[in-house]
Structure formats: C-alpha cells, structure tokens
Design a protein around this ligand. Sequence first.
Ligand SMILES: NC(=O)c1ccc[n+]([C@@H]2O[C@H](COP(=O)([O-])OP(=O)(O)OC[C@H]3O[C@@H](n4cnc5c(N)ncnc54)[C@H](O)[C@@H]3O)[C@@H](O)[C@H]2O)c1
Length: 267
Amino acid sequence: MPQSFGLAGRAYLITGAGQGIGQALALALADEGANLALADLNGAAATALAKQCAAKGVRAAGFALDVRDAAATEAVVAAAEAAVGPLMGAVPCAGVARAAPATTMPEEVWDLVLDTNLKGTFLICQAVGRRMSERGAGAIVTIASITGFGGQSGRANYAASKWGVIGLTKTLAVEWGRFGLRVNAVAPNAVDTPMIRAGVPAEFVTGVMEDRTPMGRIAQPSEVADAILYLLSDRASYVNGSILPVDGGLTAGFLTHRSGAEMALKR
Ligand SMILES: NC(=O)c1ccc[n+]([C@@H]2O[C@H](COP(=O)([O-])OP(=O)(O)OC[C@H]3O[C@@H](n4cnc5c(N)ncnc54)[C@H](O)[C@@H]3O)[C@@H](O)[C@H]2O)c1
C-alpha cells in the first residue's frame, strides 16, 4: 500500500488496539510505516496484533493495560517509548458501552463507562502529552462519538463520557497548543466493530442507525482509521481542537433519512 500521510518511522501508541477501531488503526499505521505500541485490557490480543504489524516491517510491541489505572498507564507509556522510540502521538481507542435506563443504571455501570472512556482517555493524554510537550511536537486524536453531540436513550453514561471527551479534547488543544502539540477528536457514527455487533440489536442498526444516515450505512473501522491518520499527520498541521464527524452525514441535518431527499421532493 502506498504510504501517503508521512508517518513512516514515527512512533504511536494506541489503546484498545485488541479489536475494532484500534485494531484497524494499528494495521493502517503499520501500512504507513509507523512504529507502534499497542495496549489493551486483552494483552494477548495486543501482542498478537503487534506481531502482525511487525510482519509489515515496522517496530511494534504489545502491552496489557487497564486504562483506568493511572500507575499502570504511566508504566506502559514509559515501556512503550523504550520499545518503539519517543512517541509522536497517541490514539486512546479503549472504550466500552453498557446500556441501561437512567432510572435504574447501577453505579458500577456508570463508573465502568466513565472511568474507561473519559478518565482512561485523560490518563493516556496526560502521560503521553507530558512527554511530547517536553519535546515540543506531537499529535493526539481522541475518540468521541456522534453521541457526544446529542443524547441517546439508555446511554446516559456513554453520552456523558463522550461529551466529556469532547470537552477534554478542546481543553488540551487550548492548553498544549503552545507546546507544539495538536489534540483533535473524531466523532464516528456507528462503526461495524464487536462493540456494535455485541451491544446493539441488529434491527436498531438497520432500522434506525442506517435509516437516519444519509449515506444509508454504518462505517467500516478503516474509514475511521483513515480520518485519524489525517489528523495525526502534518497534513493537519493547523488543525487543533477540532471534532471531526466521521458519520456519513448523520449530523449534517435534523430531518435526515436515507431516502429523505426523495420524500422531501414529493408533492
Ligand atoms: N463502534 C462504534 O459504533 C463506535 C462509534 C463511535 C465511537 N466509538 C468509540 O470508539 C472506541 C473503540 O470502539 P470499538 O467499536 O472499536 O470497540 P470494541 O469493543 O470493538 O474495542 C474496544 C477495545 O477496548 C478494549 N478495552 C476496553 N476496556 C479497556 C480498558 N479498561 N483498558 C484497556 N483496554 C480496554 C477492549 O478490550 C477492546 O479491545 C470507543 O471509544 C468507542 O466508544 C465506537
């Protein structure tokens, strides 16, 4: 595959690399020639993926990590730099979704989602951002969601975590721009990963998610990865604090429907 984003030889850390968006991103970055530190709660999956990436000719190392643990995060970031070199960026993809009605959502379900998606993102940004700001260069891309722009029934915890990720991303962009760092987010619509396949009924995916999306389909993980490659690269050298929807047009309008254009034109 042609290397098109100028990332060859640079080192990046991805959390949640064991499957889904993080996995697709790792493979795309390896194709670009980037060296990779891959972390996941599922350490075996991260290590297996590191081997797969190394087979493409880059340096890659896998780590077991629970992103809710600050001390472990600091240790993995240090080990990552020892293994693959000074980081030029990080993409905290580790995330979970657990649906429950707000009236009965157990405290531990709230905590799991907020601690993983929001605190886990912050801890990675802090550990990597501290090092990159001392060196004066780097880019972070966080993973928000279209659920960071609005609410979703049964997802009080998830929506709060993603609104939080957006606030965190903008704040770090403001705070760290002067150190030569850029911090942006992608906000995907539904993406065809284990998270969606395991956590969302198929009829909701086709009947609501695809139906409300002007492009009439959910995203493939590689389509989110490509947007992240751009934001990591110098092609986005003046893009800082942006939240990039990768959503097939879902948030472009309110009265959307995949056949909405035809319906609206009917008389
Ligand atoms: N799939 C979607 O539709 C979608 C849409 C918008 C945003 N997102 C976001 O994208 C990110 C990745 O989602 P995905 O669809 O690839 O999910 P996924 O469930 O397929 O993969 C998530 C990965 O994160 C890891 N993980 C979970 N908790 C962890 C922890 N505490 N420490 C370390 N690793 C942990 C899992 O082991 C898994 O490998 C998440 O932040 C998610 O909220 C997903």
